[in-house]
Every structure is written in structure tokens, then in C-alpha cells.
Write a protein that binds this ligand. Sequence first.
Ligand code: G4F
Length: 332
Amino acid sequence: MKDSDKIALITGITGQDGSYLCELLLAKGYKVHGVVRRTSNMLRSRIEHLRRNEEIYDQQLFLHYGDLSDSTTLRRIVGDVRPMELYHLAGQSHVGLSFEIPESTCEEAGMATLRLLEVARSQPQPVKFYHASSSEIFGNASEIPQTENTPLRPTSPYGCAKAFATQLARVYRESHGLYVCNGILYNHESPRRGENFVTRKIARAAARIARNLDNELVLGNLESQRDWGRAQDYVQAMWLMLQHETADDYVVATGETHSVREFVDAAFAVVDLPWEKYVKHDPSFDRPTEPARLVGCADKIRETLSWKPAGSFRQLVHEMVEAELAAIDPRF
Ligand code: G4F
């Protein structure tokens, strides 16, 4: 690809994945355009360091106001930007919350993807489309580990919306010949994770309790198991997918599962505290239904795109707790 062709558009650029992907693409010489909501907290957001950099902002990184419900604006932005690669990451992504706000979750995770697929297919130049699918599409999975061919059996409104969008992406690839990839990502975490996701909540609490800023951590189901990887590695997988000659779907996972209890145990070990003394259970954090054991088989992306996750579970926990300690006191 010529340097002048390297133009990417990211929806959800202010999120954990969007911000890491933005950094990755800038480092590769892309001009990066991001869609941000008028209400997005632009200040102190995860891309604030890039916005404040005069060599980057408005030179290589450009932000556009838009909303996933507003197809006219999305169409205008895509028409003006003429991206070669479109990474669609935006939308309500909290599974537990999707039981409380199912309609807006389905609107954002489902219908908005349809809207963007329609916009992409009507562009005069070819647009490579990345859709952020999720392991939640497998829900009560019929097999362990799950692959790209595992049947979809979602157990949450969020999982249903992602399953709908994933299937639509396949239909657009097969019936309209659009270059569209589903990245079926398992949980991926980092110090930039939102504070209401369990890993960040635990890492933050361990650090705050160690510094006497809090005295308890209230959680839901400690026995839930997840396949947790590093977000920085997973955005690399997104980019790799769009560099391949043909569009396809890929599971992105570590292939290992750990329970919430194990995460708690590892996080409190970093600050050398006995977690049993501080962790309480509140059933309001339990979900009406939980997926069965979600663990991904990443053989296809490993073999086709030479992607593999870096670092261990313990290193991930360590990195997240250390980041929280540093945020409390940068001397640590
Ligand atoms: O951190 P979580 O909220 O992540 P979840 O539900 O697995 O979803 C994340 O990963 C998916 C796969 O990539 C994405 F599609 C999705 O958008 C999101 O990024 O919860 C993890 C587990 C659950 O089993 C939950 O029941 O932790 C359990 N948990 C226990 N106590 C808790 C808590 N989860 C949260 N958020 N808060 C708790 O207090």
C-alpha cells in the first residue's frame, strides 16, 4: 500500500481498543480519522495525549462529530474521508448493562453495524471493513474451545446484537462482495479498560485498598471464567486481518481461562494483601444468565496471519495493578 493510501476511519476511537488501534496505525504512517460523539469526554480521554500533540492532531489524526444512529452524518464522514480501512468498534459494550438497556444496546451493536455496512458498500472506492464481533456470540457454547465455526448461542441482549451484526457482515461479504472481517475477540484488558469491567474494577480496588483509599471490593460471581488477553495485542490482530488478501472471520483469544477469583487472587498478591478480608459479594452484580465456558481457539489467525498473544495472565494482572498504583502516586 502507498503511504498516501493509508487512510483509516475508526468508530469508537476514544475507547480502550480505539485508542490503542489509533496509536498502532499512526506508528504505521496512517492518517487516522475518528468518529466521536458530541457527548464523548474529549478531555482526559484515552486519546488526549494525541490530541494535545501538535505534530499529530489535525496533521495525522482527525476527529469528526458523528453518531451511530445518524446515517446521513456517517455517510458524509465516510464520503469525505474516503478511508481504505474502516474499523467499526463503537457501541455499548457492557454485557451486564445490556440486560438493563437492551434496546439501545441492540441499536448500537446491531443496527449501527448495518448502517455502516450500507455506507461502505456504496462507496466508489473499495473499503476494507473490520467489525468488532465478540465471544459473547457463542454464549452457551456447544463446544470448548470455540472456533470460527462454532454455532451462535448468545445468552445476553449484547450477545444477540453482536450475533446479528456478525451474520450481517458475513452476508455483506458473501452477497455484495464487500471486504469485511469479523474479529471474534475474547475478553481483552489493559490499564485503559473501563472502570465497570471486572478486571479494571479489581485492579483499581487492590491498588486503592493498598494505599488506604478504600476498604472493600464488591463483586458479583467470583466463579465466572473468562479467556483474558491484552488489548494491545488484540488491536494488532484487527490490523492484520485487513492486510490479508481475502476477508474472513477470526477468533482472537489466548486459549486459557481463569476465574474472577483467580484474577482477584493475583491482583491482591501484587500488593501483598489477603483478598478474603476485603472482597464482598453483592448479588446485584450477578447476571441473569452467564455464558458457559468461553475459551477461544486462535489456531486460524495464528496459522493464517501469524498472530499470537504476548505475555501471560499473571503479567496482565501485574501490569494493570501497577498502572493503578502509579496513577495514585507516580513515584511508584
Ligand atoms: O468484565 P466483564 O464485565 O466482561 P464480559 O461480560 O465478559 O464482557 C467483555 O468481554 C466480551 C468478550 O470480549 C465483550 F464482548 C464485551 O463487550 C466486554 O468487553 O465481566 C467478566 C465476568 C462476568 O462473568 C461477570 O459476571 O466477570 C463477572 N463479574 C463478577 N463481578 C463482574 C463483576 N463483572 C463486572 N463487570 N463487575 C463485577 O462486579
